[in-house]
Design a protein around this ligand. Sequence first.
Ligand code: BTN
Length: 315
Amino acid sequence: MKKKVLQTLFKSSEDIVSGVSLSEELGISRVAVWKHIKSLKAGGIEINSTSRGYSLPNKDDLLFPFCFEKYQDKIHFSPSVSTTMNSAKKMARESLDDFSVIIAQNQTNGRGRLNRKWVSSDGGLWFTLILKPDLPPPLAYILNFAASFSLATALNDLFQIDAKVKWPNDILIKNKKLAGLLSEMETEGDMLKFINIGIGLNVNNDPEQDIPDSVSIKNIIGEHVPRRKIIIKFLNIFEMLYHKINNQTITSQDIILMWKKHTSTIGNYVSIETFGEKFEGLATDVDDSGALLLKTDDGQSKKIIYGDCFYKDNN
Ligand code: BTN
């Protein structure tokens, strides 16, 4: 019933919905309505209560499945989880559909690449996309590039913020980290069983407090940002590419080329940390397999297939 109260408030065409009309529509007493509203507020949902009734001040920020028209059957939302990566893995194994999206308001144990902790407080967008494409594992990398390209494109279209992609899968604004992507996959025979792409995007949170050289959209544009709009835009762009990848009407080369048009990595002097190794040099290109090509100070060319990249001038 608590969910129904919220859903009725959300779907109402009136800005303010009176306790009487909520109680009539839902067939419960006004006191019961009031109790559900109190419990929703205690759960972190902003609801304004006045003598005229109740209203949702940040409707566009809600991430419950019923708030997403086109994608509502695909969205799974939880107020708090350990990490959406684990929830998604469990759900993907238990045969949740292709293109499902696991979103959490916050994560208590968010993780980043190379086993780093990922701070995920309220206000950010923390979600994992479950994908079940017909692809062999060596081609899975292309989905990561398609996802980071789609996210940068969505953010630039919505906010004109000049978001850039950084190899392998970060989104930066003015060289500060706005988002990171992490993918995990399982295989069956010689094909992918699933690949889960986790996306952490700083939206209305203040990541600068914990992580130097990071930034949120709110802190760039100076106002609170509705998160649902971002996720819908991203899903629209990514879904189109995903279909093309699945029906082979786009090649890996095309995706890498599109990604390269948005990158700030090529031409930068970088340091790369991979498992146990560190390299420094000029990033000269990203090849069709997604590897970073590096010219080191002693003139050698290196091909790096996995790692974390830091721009030497900035971070
Ligand atoms: C990185 O830059 O190191 C990748 C960060 C990925 C963070 C996201 S938030 C949603 C999903 N759940 C996690 O625990 N991690 C990813």
